[in-house]
Every structure is written in C-alpha cells, then in structure tokens.
Design a protein around this ligand. Structure first.
Ligand code: ADP
Ligand code: MG
Length: 717
C-alpha cells in the first residue's frame, strides 16, 4: 500500500515537475535559470522590441533634430511623405503599445498560475509530510486506517490531480493561444521592423535630400551673402558719394544761409515796415481815394471846361477852315478845267489825217497848242496832261478834290470830249489800269480807314445813265425802268430820285461787282453798245456820310463822276431820225451844262438847272460851295482837229467863268464858243433860239502873249 502511495507520490512528483517546468517556461523567471526555448525566444523578442523601441526613439529624436535644423516647408512632397510616415509610425507605436500591454497581462496571468501551483505544491508536500509523520507514529494498527485514509486522500489527490491536469490542459491551450498570438505579434513585429527599415531608408533618403538641400541652401546662402556683401559695398559706396554731395550741398547751403542771413534781416525789417504800412494802408487808401476822387472831380471839371473851350475852338476852327476853303475855292475857282490829250495808238493807223496837231509848252503844263490851217491856236487850262500821262498821274491831280467830298463837299468830275477822245478810258480805265472811278473809291476807303478813330463814315454808290433825256437806274433789276427826279417831300428843297438804288461798298471787290452790274445793265436793250455808250451820259454817284465821333457833327458829301456823251457835232454827217434825236439831246444837255455853269459863276438869280436831266440831277452838286472838275479829252490827230478845237473852246468858256470879275467879259465871250461850233452844225439853230449868247473874241488870245509857245504862229477863229 505504502509503496503504491509512494509510486503515486513519485508519479505526482513527476507530473508536478513537468507542470512546474512547463509553468516555468511560461513564467517570468529569467531564461538563465533553466528557461525553455519559447521563453528564450520571448526574451529575445522582448529585448529586440526594446532595442527597436530605443532605435525608433533615437530615429524620432534625430528626425526632430533634423526637422528643427531644416527650414520648414509645408507644401513640398517630402514634408507630405514625412507626415504620412509619421502617421504610420504613430499607428505602429499604438499597436506595439497594445501588444506590450497584452504581453504584460499574459505575464501577470502566468505569475498567478505559478503562485497557485506553488501554493498547492506546498499544501501537498505538507500533507505528504503529515502522512509520513502519521505513518511513523502509527506503523501497523493504524495502517489500515491510514491506508484507507490514504486511499481517501489518494482519491482526493487524484481528483486534485485531474483538476490540475485539466487546468494544465487549459493552461496548455492558453499557452498555445498565447504562442499563436506571439507568432502573430512576431509577424507584426517583423512587419513593423520592415516598416521601420523602410522608414529608416526613407529617413536616410530624406537625410540625403536634406543634406543636398542644405548644401544647396548653404551655397545659395553663400551666394546671397556674397551678393549682400557686394550690394552693401555698392550701397555703401553710393551712400558715401551721396553723403559727400550732400555734405557739399550742406556746405553750400550753410554758405547761402550765412549770406542770406543779412538779407533775411533786411527782409524781416522790410516785412515789419510793410506790415506797418499794410496796417496803415486802409486809412491811407481811404485818404488817397478821397483825395484822388477830389482831384478827379476837379480834373474832370477842368477837362470839361477845357473840352468845352476846345470844342468851341474846334468849331470855330472848322468854320474858319471852311471859310478859308471857300475863300481858296473862290480864289482858285470852284470850277477847274483839265485837258488830257490821248496818245495816237496803233489802231488809229498812220495816214496823213492821223498826224499830230497838238503841241505843248515845255515850261507850262497848263498850255497846249493846236496847229490848224497853218496857224497855231493856244489854249490855257488849269492843267494839261500830255499823251504820255498815266492814269495815276491824272488821279494824283484829282485826289484832293475827291478827299474834300469826305469833308462834306459836293464834287462833280466830268469827262468831256468827242467820241474816241478817251473819256471812258480816263473815267473807267482798263481792268489792270483803272481810271478815276475805281481809284476814287479806293482812295475814299483809305481815307475812311484813316479817319475811323474820329469819324464813322460810310460809302454808298449809285449808277445811272441819261439817254435821250431819260434817267435809267443801272443797278436796278429792271434797267429799262425810267427814274424821275423829284423834290424832297421834307420841304428842304433838296432833290431826290425815288428808286435810285444805293449800294454800300467797303472793298474793291464790292466796287467791281457794282461796276460789272452797271456795265451789264447799260448794255441791255442796245445792239451797238459802244455807240450807245457814246451817246449817253454815264453817272457814278458816290455818297459819303459821316458822323464825327467827338463832336457829333454830321457830314454828307457827294461825288459825281460823269462820263459825258460824245460832244461831236453829228449835224456834219447829216444824221436823221433817232440818231438826230440823240444828237439833239446830247447837244441840249451839254449846252445846258455850260449854261448852268455860266449862270452859277455870274451869280445870276436864275440858274437854268431844269434845262436838262443832267443839270437837274446834278443841281445839288453844282450849286453852293461845290467843286467841279471838267476833264476835257482831246484827240491829237489832224482828222479830229475841228472837234478838238470845239472841245477846247468849251473848256475855256467854262474856265473863264470861274475867273470871277475878269471872267465876266470872257464869260459872255466864251459862252458863245460851243455855240460857234454848233453854228457849224445844221442842227444848231434849234439851240441858238433858246440861248442867245453875244459873240466875242477867243479868250485864248488874251493870254497868248504871255506864253512861250512851242509853235510860233497864233490862230484865231
Ligand atoms: P470815249 O470814251 O471818249 O469815246 P475811249 O475812252 O473809248 O473814248 O477811248 C478810245 C480809244 O482810245 C480806246 O481804245 C482807248 O483805249 C484809247 N485811249 C484813250 N485814251 C488813251 C490813253 N490816255 N492812253 C492809251 N489809250 C487811250
Ligand atoms: Mg466812251
């Protein structure tokens, strides 16, 4: 029995040892104290794990150091990769921590099992010892009881053993599970190892990149440093030069300041002085203004007085001037007679009839001689223009007369002479060499402009024609319309022509337009224009009205420029019908002109203005203190000598009239001169009946003795 128990005990001991060794394998006893392979392996893994942890920590530390040393860049690929790896690492770390926790729990469990086993072992040992003791005390009688007890004990122990075995089995299962878990953890560890290696490789790669970047950065930094140094050097140099110039400027400014200081002092004192002046200025100004006002009032009063005195003097002067002018006119005669001899042109031909019969006194430009029938007749005019005289020469002589019309005088300029003697040439002229008409207007424009500061002057022109004692308006739309001369309804006794168009002219262009219109209208209704124009009187009437801007004096002057009809005696050619009527009308009007002038100069109470349309129309411009110029045109050719002598006689008659007392006789003598010519005409009888002029000698004779003549002989009619 005991041996059986002994065997059981040994078996139990063996089982216990086995269980113990197995438990030791799972326990926390160090491997050096008889550990199993599994325990060794676990220990190695734990060590490896610790090492890896340390390495990871080192790597992290190093990584952080590197990161700290490298400037952070958040957007680059490396930093992104880095953050990803860091996340992975943290995940792995978490896993590792979890596993470590599981391992420690397992270890704790093993410890508990070991402790439980130790306790049970001790309990068993104690019972065995108790059994041994009991055996020793009661060797035989009690053996049965002991055996029974042992059996009972053994059954219990068997149960305990079974329990221990089942527990052992359970523990072994647990160990298997733990081993599996360990294997998995090993795999995971290997995975994390691998990841760690990869991480390390990446870290190394990053390190290399970092190194490279650092190198590049250092190089760049170096370059920047160099550049910075260079820039600093340049800036320094520049600053130094600027500093120098500023310094120089400063010196200059300092010098200026030094020189300005006295000026500033002066200015300050001036300023103070001015300030005082400004302060006193309003009072001074008021005083000055009131004083000036007083002075001005006084001056105005004085000026008013002076002005009134001046106005009085001016008016007196004006009256005096007019008186003087009238006296001068009276002395010189208000009727002046010029003679113009036209040149013999190529158109005239070179026959014996066209030889020159006119000669001149070289020392006297007022004399011309006509050679006729072997005798020389001398005629004296106010001025004689030789064939070589130019238009401008003629105008120079009449200019003063034209100017006087601005002063308010009425002026008449007649061109008298036979057809072809140059009347139209003298009055109208050629387009490129104009005559008196255009030049007179141009001259008036000049005068108007010159006097514009004192005078407001305006010029108007009218153009009319007298044909067969009919007055036609040459500027009208219908030139055939006949005009009447009427007495002004205002009772002034002035004449006016209703419907006679007046056009204001201000330039040569205006004049030319007006002349052209007149020329066109004059030609209307007549087939032979030249013939018609030589049988009608053409009148250009220029009115100059002015207001003196100072005195307010108004002036009205009229300039009548008349191209008379041909004075030739048509009776000689035996004209009849209309031609005869024309001739009669021309004679009538030319005789009437002579009569009027005679009557005016002899101061007769009755002046026969109404004897012709021409004199009636020009009544205002012939009477009073008006001025008349008779431009007698003559042809120098032999074939025209009779007409030339007639024209010159007429001229002398007119001129003698204005010679006053001495001229009275001559007047009666000369009044017959045209009639004498007319007597040669078969139609002159009609005129003779109305104008009974007493006969007499040629006035030319009376002065001939005083002249040195080119031709020696003297002729009489
Ligand atoms: P009137 O008008 O007296 O009939 P014109 O003026 O028509 O005469 O002149 C007749 C001709 O003589 C024209 O061909 C004209 O050009 C010319 N004539 C007249 N006077 C001169 C002169 N002083 N110089 C040159 N030619 C003249
Ligand atoms: Mg003519």
């Amino acid at each position: 029995m005991i041996s059986c128990l002994q065997e059981d005990k040994v078996k139990l001991q063996e089982e216990l040892n086995t269980a113990e060794s197995k438990q030791q394998c799972l326990g926390s006893t160090p491997p050096s104290l008889g550990t199993t392979d599994l325990e060794k392996h676990l220990a190695i893994l734990v060590l490896e794990n610790d090492r890896l942890k340390q390495e990871l920590n080192c790597s992290q530390l190093r990584f952080q150091q590197l990161r700290a040393s490298v400037p952070t860049c958040t957007d680059c690929e490396h930093s992104k990769e880095n953050s990803r790896l860091r996340e992975q690492t943290s995940v792995l770390q978490l896993e590792l921590e979890e596993k470590t926790r599981l391992l420690s729990e397992l270890e704790q469990h093993l410890k508990d099992v070991h402790q439980d086993r130790t306790e049970r072992e001790e309990r068993l040992n104690k019972r065995i010892r108790d059994c041994h003791l009991a055996l020793a005390k009661h060797p035989t009688p009690g053996m049965k009881f002991i055996s029974k007890k042992m059996e009972v004990e053994s059954l219990r122990m068997k149960q305990d053993l079974e329990e221990a075995q089942s527990r052992n089995h359970y523990l072994q299962e647990q160990i298997g599970i733990q081993r599996q878990l360990l294997t998995e953890q090993e795999q995971q560890l290997q995975g994390s190892w691998h990841t760690s290696a990869q991480l390390q490789a990446q870290i190394m790669m990053y390190e290399a990149e970092l190194e490279q970047a650092r190198g590049e950065m250092i190089a760049a930094l170096q370059a920047m440093e160099d550049e910075k140094n260079q820039t600093i050097e340049e800036v320094f140099q520049h600053a130094r030069s600027e500093m120098k110039s500023v310094h120089d400027n400063l010196n200059g400014v300092r010098m200026n300041l030094l020189s300005i200081q006295p000026a500033l002092k002066t200015l300050t004192s001036d300023y103070n002085c001015l300030k005082n002046h400004v302060r006193d200025f309003p009072c001074l100004l008021q005083d000055a203004v009131s004083q000036t006002k007083k002075d001005i009032y006084q001056a105005v009063e004085e000026a008013k007085g002076i002005n009134q005195d001046l106005m009085r003097k001016y008016k007196r002067e004006m009256q005096l001037r007019k008186k003087c002018h009238n006296e001068l006119v009276r002395l010189r005669g208000n009727i002046r007679v010029f003679c113009r001899v036209r040149p013999i042109t190529r158109d005239d031909g070179a026959g014996p009839d066209n030889r020159n019969v006119v000669s001149f006194d070289q020392d006297d430009d007022a004399v011309l001689c006509i050679s006729h029938r072997g005798k020389t007749s001398l005629f004296e005019m106010d001025k004689v223009f030789q064939p070589c005289a130019l238009q401008v020469d003629i105008f120079r002589e009449v200019q003063a007369l034209i100017t006087s019309c601005i002063d308010g005088y009425n002026v008449c300029i007649f061109a008298y002479g036979q057809t072809g003697s140059g009347k139209t040439y003298t009055m109208e002229g050629l387009p490129d060499d104009p005559g008196i008409n255009q030049r007179a207007l141009q001259h008036l424009f000049g005068e108007v402009a010159e006097r514009s500061t004192d005078w407001d002057l305006s010029i108007t022109v009218s153009m009319a024609e007298i044909y067969n004692e009919t007055l036609r308006n040459l500027l009208a739309k219908d030139p055939s319309e006949k005009l009447e001369i009427k007495l002004s309804p205002d009772g002034s006794g002035q004449l006016y022509v209703p419907g006679l168009i007046q056009i204001r002219v201000q330039s040569v262009d205006d004049i030319n337009k007006v002349f052209e219109l007149g020329r066109v209208n004059r030609a209307t209704d007549f087939t032979n224009v030249n013939e018609h124009s030589s049988r009608s009187h053409a009148l250009l009437i220029v009115s100059v009205t002015g207001i003196n801007l100072t005195s307010g004096v108004r002036t009205v002057g009229k300039l009548n420029l008349v191209d008379l009809a041909g004075s030739e005696r048509v009776g000689k050619s035996g004209a009849e019908g209309p031609r005869l009527r024309e001739a009669q009308n021309i004679n009538k009007s030319l005789l009437a002109l002579g009569d009027v002038i005679c009557a005016l100069r002899s101061k007769q109470p009755y002046i026969p203005f109404r004897n012709s349309k021409l004199t009636y129309l020009l009544q205002d411009s012939l009477s009073g203190d008006s001025k008349t110029l008779m431009m007698v045109q003559v042809s120098p050719m032999g074939k025209n000598v009779n007409e030339t002598i007639c024209s010159l006689k007429f001229a002398q008659r007119v001129r003698s009239v204005e010679l006053g007392a001495a001229g009275r006789r001559a007047e009666s003598q000369l009044c017959s001169s045209r009639q004498e010519c007319e007597l040669e005409s078969p139609h002159s009888a009609t005129q003779q009946g109305r104008h009974n002029y007493p006969g007499g000698n040629n006035v030319g004779k009376s002065t001939a003795g005083k002249r040195r003549l080119v031709t020696s002989s003297e002729v009489t009619n």
